[in-house]
Ligand binder design. Structure first.
Ligand SMILES: Nc1nc2c(c(=O)[nH]1)N=C([C@H](O)[C@@H](O)CO)CN2
Length: 119
């Protein structure tokens, strides 16, 4: 299966378990790989058959930007469910990063895979 991807999508949101984190907005970075058969879009040179990465990115920014999750695990799970249900994506891998959350680390985060990836 082909993929359509998004790299380092930056979204400001309320996220975190500590009291101070409920009072500020922090930037999360998202990498997303989505299984999609790209041949119909290519054959017709037609966006209507493509998985529109701009539409997916806009939806994630709107959803995550308006959310107030405690854990990045929960945010990742909800984003994965939304992308799969609203865009018909059969499989995805989502990496959600919270840069700066651990002072001595460049980055921390989670990676999840959901759905079935056909050959
Ligand atoms: N596995 C996780 N560990 C931690 C999370 C999280 O969302 N998932 N969150 C925090 C705090 O909010 C932290 O980011 C504050 O710096 C700690 N550990």
């Amino acid at each position: 299966m082909d993929t359509v991807f998004i790299r380092e999508l930056a979204v400001d949101t309320v996220i975190g378990v500590y009291d101070w984190e409920r009072e500020v907005r922090q930037t999360l970075l998202l990498d997303l790989d989505m299984a999609w058969d790209n041949r119909p879009a290519a054959a017709g040179d037609d966006l209507s058959h493509a998985l529109n990465y701009a539409a997916v990115a806009d939806r994630i920014v709107a959803f995550l930007g308006g959310s107030e999750f405690l854990l990045i695990e929960t945010a990742a799970e909800e984003i994965a469910a939304l992308v799969r249900s609203e865009f018909g994506v059969p499989w995805l891998r989502l990496r959600l990063c919270k840069p700066g959350a651990v002072a001595a680390a460049r980055d921390v985060g989670v990676v999840i895979e959901r759905g079935e990836r056909s050959a």
